[in-house]
Design a protein around this ligand. Structure first.
Ligand code: COA
Ligand code: AMP
Length: 625
């Protein structure tokens, strides 16, 4: 059964047999006899009677199978000029030690650890070390500000935080430690210990009694064996943007996650043990969790850990040089990275300087892959360019072109067809199934397949309210789009206030909350507008209190800085436009979609429900300035 259509149909018809067979790709302490227990829907449980350990599956089993000398993690840091290989044998030693250190610090199964680190191998060791003893990790992206870190500390209450002295961005150091200190100062909940990895570029001051230097903490630790966990025990929490300033903690289990990711490596990505897989993302995002850390290691591959940017570190040829040096077979990144390369090197002259014949596929995800970028990559790389669609909540792709099964015809603009277990429908606002080629809300029929979120940390209600309540029996993806006559999906927009900036998911509501804190701001709206490089970028439209004494220029600068300080530079808010009024409907709702059209120079019409249409002309003029 090595073709897509029969594989998908088989799963639909006999889910138990399909997933029990797939479950054999991982090593179990007690193998499951049941694939899905859906008796407490929507809280379905995958492999409920199985016991296993994710770290053992990512590390130890490969050492036992004779892969101890094979490189597990290849660290490539063009930004610091360093590169280093870590074998499976060495990774095992390090994770054993890290897990032993957690034991020594009194952490137990189910306790949480926040990992706030740059792209260094210690971040991977920390993730796997937690998984080894059932401690739940929560990695926070390094580009977030202290206030965002504080929200996550308050929500998941980590006993311990692992961080580093600094990270490297082009032309500047990001000092993590002061941000960590500020976050702990701001948070109500306080962790008892922080483990700090000191990097050469900047050493951090440690707080006596709370902070312990990484090597010192690990020195006396007794190596710890992997513990037997239920397949349904949580592996990690990963926070993602919702419609408000409060991020949602997506909870992922151990067993279903390992099984789905293993299935994806051979069937979607066509990667075999010993081959080199590179997800050019960040461990702070879901792509990094699934395809820098867990999936390539579950599959016994070599995973590239890349600390750099596609351009400027040092040039637009760095991707090709890493591919050549390491014989990368599969590259996975966001379209933004390719737009950045194409902009600087439209002729692809850097590509010609390297032998990239090892590269067999380029996978794109995280945002809409625009046809120009796909066509450019096709022409320059001469390998299949595969767009696939997924979310933090699902942990692996909902729709893809599974090249390990049989490569389906590529339709540019579509991430192809649903993967086994994902039954997709497109609904209208009343929940009716729409005909092909008609735009609506994209939903997935329950139960969700393995590796999808099991709940939102600390709130089953939020899980139900945010994802399941609007369309009973379905998971609401928050994406709008349509299915064509061949069942190919087209993702067109979000149905909520989420925008996608350089493949990073951001909430406009969250940025609005921060801007509203400025004392001169009476009201504001943040919208995502088209951007040639980043896909979308936020701009803010702001109404000031009439009695403000400050200049507009000063206020705009302060707003930009406020967003950097409170959300992080990753928000990329650079433009603030001062206006007299916001356009609203008669019931007081801000008319965002029309403002987006105006800002994007698209055709727009006056909404029937608008209170005063003249304000739209005022906005149009203000945006032109
Ligand atoms: N720590 C601290 N700051 C960070 C950071 C981190 N880990 N990651 C990004 N930032 C900062 C950047 O320095 C930048 O600051 P600036 O605006 O003051 O220059 C800001 O956050 C915005 O970052 P980004 O959106 O990444 O833009 P960029 O200009 O630095 O780089 C690209 C643009 C296209 C090169 C970059 O976005 C990229 O490589 N994207 C690939 C896509 C990707 O990794 N997606 C993840 C999901 S798959
Ligand atoms: P994240 O949770 O950060 O991975 O972001 C998920 C969101 O990114 C999805 O809900 C989509 O809006 C968008 N997205 C991811 N992959 C694609 C894709 N291939 N095409 C279009 N949008 C995508």
């Amino acid at each position: 059964m090595k073709d897509y259509h029969s594989t998908y149909a088989f799963e639909k018809q006999d889910r138990e047999t399909f997933w029990l067979k797939a479950s054999k790709s991982i090593d179990w302490i007690i193998p499951p006899k049941i694939a899905l227990d859906d008796s407490n829907s929507p809280f379905s449980k995958w492999f409920p009677d199985g016991k296993m350990n994710s770290c053992f599956n990512a590390v130890d089993r490969h050492v036992l199978a004779g892969r101890q000398e094979q490189t597990a993690i290849q660290y490539e840091s063009p930004i610091t000029g360093q590169s280093a290989s870590m074998s499976y044998g060495e990774l095992k030693k390090q994770t054993e030690k890290f897990a032993g250190m957690l034991n020594e610090q009194g952490l137990k199964k189910g306790d949480r650890v926040i990992i706030y680190m740059p792209m260094i191998k210690e971040a991977v060791i920390a993730m796997l070390g937690c998984a080894r003893i059932g401690v739940v990790h929560s990695v926070v992206f390094g580009g977030f500000a202290a206030a965002e870190l504080a929200k996550r500390i308050n929500d998941c209450k980590p006993k311990l935080i692992v961080s580093a002295s600094c990270g490297h961005e082009p032309n500047r150091l990001v000092h993590y430690k002061p941000l960590l200190d500020q976050a702990i100062q701001q948070s109500k909940y306080k962790p008892s210990k922080c483990i700090i990895y000191q990097r050469d570029a900047a050493k951090a001051d440690l707080i006596v009694g709370r902070d312990i230097e990484w090597y010192e903490a690990l020195a006396s630790a007794t190596p710890a064996n992997p513990v037997a966990l239920s397949a349904n025990d949580p592996l990690y929490i990963l926070y993602t943007s919702g419609t408000t300033g409060q991020p949602k903690g997506v909870v992922r289990d151990n067993g279903g996650h390992a099984v789905a990711l293993c299935w994806s490596m051979s069937n979607i990505y066509d990667v075999n043990p010993g081959e080199v897989f590179w997800a050019a993302s960040d461990i702070g995002w879901v792509v990094g969790h699934s395809y820098i850390v867990y999936a390539p290691l579950f599959a016994g591959c070599t995973s590239i850990l890349f600390e750099g940017k596609p351009v400027g570190t040092p040039d637009a040829g760095v991707f090709w040089s890493v591919i050549e040096k390491n014989n990368v077979k599969t590259l996975f990144t966001a379209p933004t990275a390719f737009r950045a390369i194409k902009r600087i090197d439209p002729e692809g002259s850097f590509i010609k300087k390297h032998d990239i014949s090892s590269l067999k596929y380029l996978f794109l995800a995280g945002e809409r892959a625009d046809p120009d970028t796909i066509l450019w990559a096709q022409e320059k790389l001469r390998v299949p360019i595969i767009d696939h669609w997924w979310q933090t909540e699902t942990g692996w792709s909902i729709c893809a072109n599974p090249v390990g099964l049989d490569q389906l015809p590529i339709k540019i603009g579509s991430p192809s067809l649903p993967m086994p277990g994902f039954q997709i429908e497109v609904l209208d606002d009343s929940g009716n199934v729409l005909a092909n080629n008609v735009l609506g809300s994209i939903v997935i029929k329950l139960p969700l397949p393995p590796s999808c979120l099991t709940t939102i940390w600390g709130s089953n209600n939020t899980f139900v309210e945010k994802y399941l309540a609007r369309f009973p029996g379905y998971y609401e993806t928050g994406d709008a789009g349509y299915l064509d006559d061949d069942g190919y999906i087209y993702i067109m927009a979000r149905t909520d206030d989420i925008i996608n900036v350089a493949g990073h998911r951001l909430s406009t509501g969250q940025i609005e909350e921060v801007i509203s804190e400025h004392p001169d701001v009476a009201e504001c709206a943040v919208i995502g507008i088209n951007d040639e490089l980043k896909g979308q970028i936020p701009i803010s439209l702001v109404c000031l209190y009439p009695d403000t004494q400050n200049s507009e220029t000063k206020i705009c600068e302060e707003i930009v800085q406020l967003v950097i300080n409170k959300v992080g530079r990753v928000s990329s808010l650079k433009k603030v436009v001062i206006i007299d009024r916001l356009p609203k409907t008669r019931s007081g709702k801000i008319v965002r979609s029309t403002m987006v059209k105006i800002a994007n120079h698209e055709k727009w019409m006056i909404p029937a429900t608008i209170e005063d249409a003249t304000v739209l002309d005022e906005i149009s003029r203000a945006l032109e300035k």
